[in-house]
Design a protein around this ligand. Sequence first.
Ligand SMILES: Cc1cc2nc3c(=O)[nH]c(=O)nc-3n(C[C@H](O)[C@H](O)[C@H](O)COP(=O)(O)OP(=O)(O)OC[C@H]3O[C@@H](n4cnc5c(N)ncnc54)[C@H](O)[C@@H]3O)c2cc1C
Length: 473
Amino acid sequence: METAGQIQDLILGARRFYENIEPDEPSVTLIHSGERLLGMLSDNLGTYTGKCLTEMGVKIIFKSRVRAVTARTVQLGDGVSLSATLVVCTVGNAPHPQVKALGASGGLPVERGKVVVESSGQVKGLTNVWSAGDCAAFPKSDGGNCPETAQFAMRQGALVAKNIAASFAGRALKPFRFTGLGELATIGHRKAVAQVFGMRFSGIIAWFMWRSIYLMKLPGFDRKLRVMAEWSFEMFFPRDINLLTPSFSSPLGEMHLEPGDSLFHAGEPAQSLYAVKKGNVNITDAQGQLVKSAGPGEHFGERALLSDGIWRFDATATESSELVAIDGETFKTLAKSIGSLDSLFRGTAQQYHLPEEIQQTVDMIPEATRKACAADVMTRNIAFLDANVTVQDAVAEFQAHPHSTYPVTADGCVIGLLRRSVAYEWLKNHGLTCVDKLQALPLTKPFCITADTPVPVLVGTLMRSGVSKAVVV
Ligand SMILES: Cc1cc2nc3c(=O)[nH]c(=O)nc-3n(C[C@H](O)[C@H](O)[C@H](O)COP(=O)(O)OP(=O)(O)OC[C@H]3O[C@@H](n4cnc5c(N)ncnc54)[C@H](O)[C@@H]3O)c2cc1C
């Protein structure tokens, strides 16, 4: 809530420098699972906070939870999808893994990620272990457990230190009696809400209280003075707006896409190479024809980055997908410096052909062949290897004939393709006397097309798949 208010305040302050920006753009949306804001404060203050934020232009969605955050959207539990370029997540912290591990091993009593302690801070059932702060389920003297806030954590820490000293000295342990001073929250635009010692404040008075209390809490006189001067200056002058355009801070980024999410459109500038970790992304041309379907372990984006830097096609996730984005400049530097990497990516970049380029190739084929289908033009007598022959026999075959790849068959069916390099690599790793059968080797999945595929379609498919041969089924 405070973050949403501050961002909206910043937008309102910056808008005067950007007259071409529409009044409702950019907009801030606050998604809250509860029925009203600030559940720990009174109903009136919660409702007042919601009203102030709405008046400032913040859209609030109540009783809703975020299901997924993708590179461009926030998807809600009820199926609503919101476009978003900046997502700030302020949901609570997860339990510390160390605490969870201690609980799981039975070393400490842990409930809902917190160490269960007595009112003295002594861990339940143990005399020489103590816990305080956010990681402790510390009982509150007026019922329930203490909230995870600094005002409780600091006092628990001090009490636990005194109680440890008391336990060494054989004195009685003191219980935690603090029940809280109150709660404060800023809404932005010199407005805040506060509930202190049972009294409620809102508006500019609460805002002054908020500032004074946080100023007092700052460590060091010099820091207090610096912040006070900055805050006083800011009361009389508008925000000092500076546009920072930081360069890509990390060469690698990860992103999540939901089915149907668009990653980029044709004509947009290309900024990254993408590798698919999980899921699938379809690259389609302007006619909606599939150019490439990138699954786990596959990549795309190299054509645009190695040529004009503009996407030629659209990219859309067809499944819930996890991608790794490699910064375009980093990728280009790497490709330029490592020759083999450059040739590899220039090779795979050939797969992204425009419909016109495919048509040009098709036009060069004699008309009679153009009207034929795959069954008419395929080679029928092909050399193949049986899955039961040994890798040594396969290497002898590669030495005797110039083929770089052989189909491997079992019971009359093609079960995969054996590449020359794979057979040699296998012998290198498993010894020259190795007699493993071909079925044990990592065979490549054959690229298949149906016998009735028309030759123009066949040409386009081969050009876009980057293979020179296909198995006809
Ligand atoms: C964004 C945000 C805003 C907040 N605003 C407020 C507020 O306005 N008012 C308020 O009262 N409270 C606020 N809180 C809550 C408050 O910060 C915490 O309740 C308080 O800091 C808890 O203190 P602690 O000592 O238990 O834990 P922490 O302050 O989290 O300290 C734990 C320390 O342990 C260290 N640590 C972690 N693992 C290990 C390890 N394995 N070995 C050694 N050290 C380790 C951590 O680095 C850290 O320094 C806010 C919290 C957040 C996240």
